[in-house]
Structures are given as structure tokens and as C-alpha cells.
Write a protein that binds this ligand. Structure first.
Ligand code: GAP
Length: 513
């Protein structure tokens, strides 16, 4: 059983509010009331998203000698999804509430006994991440409905004996109060719900035209593995990396962009010899992935590992470890790193009739390679980055009075704007002109912002809220004395004077690493 972890709803609300207010993320189709499970990225969101993808691509593809890139189509031959097992097996267990008409994922729903005066009298069901006081409230509803208002409720059992709803039976369900129901016995038995979006390709509208929006980018890599081997100069071990959209008709898209129906993945299939020491390689990949997350600003302490128990692994999988992050709604999967044996390539070999063997120059042998698969969601990474960066503190305002401030402590590597340039006063051409000149110069290399309006303290604060790491002010000392500018640090608010050369060197070091 996976115990539901505690959530921090207000932090999520603050992040969602800030994202909307400052143009990071909007609900999709908002003018039509929104569309559940879909999100749009605004001017700042698209910069942040692109920076995350570029950092990943640079570190896992361009800066490595053993990984090459790929961009395969979203809609592929439907047989690919038959071979991969998705057509028959890519589903989640779903539970409906006959009263509230709500739908839940059975593996994210838990039930726990309502124990009154030491006796189990019924059950309550609640979704993963529900806080203890809400679970107790549900249990009290059951107690009241049984006319046992004075009975002592065992709150510890409610939390400690929660069981995944997939394990419930008919007798339990009859006595279970659903998360959004008023009476017991309204939840159905779990049944499988297919997650792939179907579409039709070509002029015929019959079943032969059915195709799928890819639910993962990985199969595009397997389907092109032979092309890459035949045309590139790759040799075992090597990886193929891809960034691209994936689509899943999630039963319960939830927690902002954490689980959506359209999202983006950054995946690598790392091909190794069958007799390679996969355990060591798997560990190496885990460490490299953790290091990368830290390099884009996630605190090491917020990342943990969830090793899948051997008896829960798919039959072809040798090992899977998820890197978990402490999101506002609890500790959840961020990055899955799986050893998938030769299963996928062998399936494609069988279904396509094309050999997937590679000739290994080093050992002079031919084989179908095994694979290690690090698979990461762009949107989930972005939510982790926002969670880690969101900070509230107090700083003195222009009049020296302490004022609450909200800031996003993004790493300069991925921040949407790297720096903001300010002339101290907007009505003084002698300040505005050099500020504009510096802005234009920096803009040639980085995404920088120019702001001349309002008190300087307010301008700093506006940039803090969108995570711009550095503020650069052109003031009277710049033009009357030594040409230096004021460089302000977003996190400490410390200011120092630097020459233009020093500024450029500093920015290079902080942004480009
Ligand atoms: N090829 C393996 C694969 O797709 P997965 O665990 O289903 O494995 C990999 O997905 C990663 O993709 C997850 O760890 C997560 O970061 C991201 N992901 C999966 N489903 C998602 C969804 N509905 N919304 C956002 N991100 C998702």
C-alpha cells in the first residue's frame, strides 16, 4: 500500500494564482470556461519551459558523446501501439460514484475503516493527498448516519490503515462512503479505462482508420532505433533522446499541470549489451538525473527515490526507481528510471518482421540490446521548479518600511528573464540612453527585460515576482563618475557596483555555467 502523503493546498493555490497573474500558465480555453486537463503556457511560461527543455537537451544530448537526438511524429502506425502493448494494456482502474457522478482513479483512491468504540462499522474512501481533518470529517458523517454520535472514533486507524481502493471487495464497497457522496455504497467496483486518445487518419471513417495520439515518446525512439543504428555512428552503449508531446485521457487530471491530458516528455532510451552490468548503469543514471535536477535549482533534500517492489514490476522489467519530489500536494513521481530489458525492441522485431539486432564491434557479437529508460515530464519538472522557487519574505520598501514580498528563486540557468535593466529615472534622457544601449547589448545574448516606469523599488519587486535573478540600474554615478552600474541580487537584495565588463563576465558565469 502507498500511504497518501500530506498536501499543502494553500501553496498550490498561491502558485496557480501567481502563474495566472503573471502570465506563466493559463487554463486552456478559458474564455469558454476552461477544458479539464489542458493548460496553455503564457509569455513567461513558454520561456521557462523552453529553458528547461534546452538545459535537458544540452546536458543529456549535446554534452554527451553517447546520446543522439530524435524528433518522431506524434501519430504513428497503429501497429506500433499493438506491438508495445498499449492498445490492449494501457489503461487505469476507474471507479464511479453513482450519486455524485464523479470519477476516480482506483489506484489513487484509498479506503479506511470507521472504527467506533473499537468496532469497525463502515469505511470512508478518500483521494490521495486528502488531509487528516477531511478524512475525519467523512468518518464522522458515517458515524452520524449510524446514529452513533456519542461513539469514540479511532482516528489513528483511519490514517494508518488506509488501503488502495483497487483492493476493495463488494462487501466493503457496500459500507463505504465515497469522497463526494452523502450515503454509503455508491462507489462502483474498479474497471479498466483506456488512456489512449483515438483519432481517424485518411478519408475512411471506419475502424481501419483508427490511429492514436502517442501516450509516450518512447515508442517513437524504438520505432526509429534501426534507422539511427544504420545511419549514425553509434555504438553500444548509446542513447536516443527525444522531447515531445504525449497525450493521455487521464481519468482524473489533477493538481494543476502535475497530471494533465496533454503534456510533454523528455525521454532517453539507453541501449546496452544484454550482459552489461545494468544494476550499476541504472544507479549511474539515477545519480546523473538527480544531479541534473539539482543543477536546475531543485533542493537535493526534496528529491527521494521510490524503488518499485520486484513483485509489482511488469514481467519484462528488471528494475524501476522513480525520483520523487515534494510537490505541494505531497511526495510524488517526477522522473521514472526503468530497466526495460529487450522487451520493446523484441516486440517490434516480432510485429514488424524487421531485425532489431545490432552488431557489437567490441565483442564481435550480434544481439538485440537491452534498455535503460529515464523518462521525465516537462510540465512536472516545471511544477517542481515553481514549487522549489516560490518564496515569501519581507524586505524594506523605498521608504525603508518592511514589506511582504513574493519571489521566485529560479536558477539563472532557467529563469525566463536573466536580468532586467532600469534607468533610475525615465524622464532623464542621459540615464535612459545608456540604459537602452546596455539593454540592447545584453539582449543579443540573453532574454532580458527593460523597465523604466515606477519607483525603482517597485520595479525590483515586479521582477522578483517573476524570478528575474539580477537587476541592473543605470544611475547618476554611472554617467557622472566611473560608468559602473548597480547590480542587485534578487534573493539577498544586496547591491554592488560593477563595471560593464565585470557585469558581462558575471552574467556569463551565472547563466551559461
Ligand atoms: N515511457 C515511459 C513512460 O512514459 P510514465 O511513468 O508513464 O513512463 C514518464 O511517464 C513521466 O512522464 C512521468 O514520470 C511524469 O514526469 C510524466 N507524466 C506521465 N504522465 C503525465 C501526465 N498525465 N501529466 C504530466 N506528466 C506526466
Amino acid at each position: 500500500m502507498t500511504a497518501p502523503t500530506a498536501s499543502n493546498e494553500s501553496l498550490m493555490e498561491e502558485i496557480v494564482g501567481l502563474c495566472k497573474r503573471r502570465g506563466f500558465i493559463f487554463p486552456s480555453s478559458e474564455i469558454y470556461g476552461g477544458y479539464n486537463g489542458f493548460y496553455d503556457y503564457g509569455p513567461l511560461g513558454v520561456e521557462l519551459r523552453n529553458n528547461i527543455k534546452q538545459a535537458w537537451w544540452r546536458d543529456f544530448v549535446q554534452r554527451r558523446d553517447d546520446v543522439v537526438g530524435l524528433d518522431s511524429s506524434i501519430i504513428m502506425h497503429p501497429d506500433i501501439w499493438k506491438a508495445s502493448g498499449h492498445v490492449d494494456g494501457f489503461s487505469d482502474p476507474m471507479v464511479d460514484c453513482k450519486e455524485s457522478k464523479k470519477r476516480y482513479r482506483a489506484d489513487q483512491l484509498f479506503y479506511a475503516p470507521v472504527t467506533l468504540d473499537g468496532e469497525d462499522c463502515g469505511y470512508v474512501a478518500f483521494v490521495e493527498g486528502t488531509d487528516q481533518s477531511s478524512i475525519v470529517k467523512l468518518a464522522k458523517k458515517v458515524r452520524d448516519s449510524l446514529d452513533k454520535k456519542q461513539a469514540k472514533l479511532d482516528e489513528d486507524k483511519l490514517v494508518n490503515e488506509a488501503i488502495e481502493f483497487t483492493e476493495s471487495d463488494d462487501a466493503t464497497r457496500e459500507k463505504t462512503l465515497g469522497p463526494d457522496a452523502t450515503a454509503v455504497g455508491t462507489l462502483t467496483a474498479p474497471r479498466e479505462f483506456k488512456l489512449m486518445f483515438e483519432t481517424k487518419v485518411g478519408p475512411l471513417a471506419d475502424d481501419s482508420a483508427v490511429a492514436y495520439l502517442r501516450p509516450e515518446t518512447a515508442q517513437g525512439i524504438f520505432a526509429n532505433y534501426k534507422n539511427v543504428v544504420d545511419t549514425g555512428r553509434v555504438k553500444i552503449p548509446f542513447g536516443i533522446a527525444q522531447i515531445g508531446k504525449a497525450f493521455r485521457n487521464e481519468i482524473t487530471p489533477r493538481n494543476f499541470i502535475f497530471r494533465s491530458r496533454e503534456f510533454e516528455q523528455m525521454e532517453i532510451e539507453y541501449f546496452i549489451a544484454p550482459e552489461a552490468d545494468w544494476k550499476t548503469l541504472h544507479r549511474e543514471w539515477l545519480d546523473q538525473c538527480i544531479d541534473w535536477l539539482v543543477s536546475i535549482g531543485l533542493p537535493r533534500g526534496a528529491i527521494t527515490e521510490d524503488v518499485h517492489p520486484t513483485d509489482k514490476l511488469a514481467f519484462y522489467s528488471q528494475a524501476t526507481t522513480d525520483l520523487m519530489f515534494h510537490f505541494p500536494h505531497g511526495e510524488q513521481e517526477l522522473w521514472g528510471i526503468a530497466c526495460r530489458s529487450d522487451y520493446d525492441l523484441k516486440q517490434h522485431q516480432k510485429h514488424s518482421g524487421k531485425s532489431m539486432e545490432i552488431f557489437d564491434e567490441a565483442t564481435k557479437s550480434k544481439y538485440v540490446p537491452h534498455v535503460i529508460e529515464p523518462s521525465l515530464g516537462v510540465d512536472r519538472t516545471l511544477l517542481a521548479v515553481l514549487t522549489a522557487a516560490y518564496t515569501e519574505d519581507e524586505v524594506p520598501n523605498d521608504k525603508g518600511k518592511a514589506e511582504k514580498r513574493t519571489l521566485l528563486k529560479f536558477s539563472p540557468k532557467i529563469a525566463p528573464f536573466k536580468a532586467a535593466v532600469f534607468p533610475l529615472l525615465k524622464n532623464k534622457p542621459e540615464l535612459v540612453e545608456p540604459a537602452q544601449a546596455l539593454y540592447k547589448k545584453l539582449q543579443k545574448r540573453w532574454n532580458v527585460f527593460y523597465d523604466a516606469s515606477g519607483a525603482i523599488g517597485r520595479r525590483y519587486r515586479r521582477q522578483d515576482e517573476i524570478g528575474t535573478p539580477f537587476g541592473i540600474t543605470i544611475d547618476f554615478d554611472t554617467i557622472e563618475k566611473d560608468g559602473t552600474v548597480t547590480l542587485r541580487d534578487r534573493d539577498t537584495c544586496e547591491q554592488r557596483r560593477v563595471s560593464e565588463d565585470e557585469l558581462i563576465r558575471f552574467l556569463e558565469e551565472q547563466i551559461d555555467g
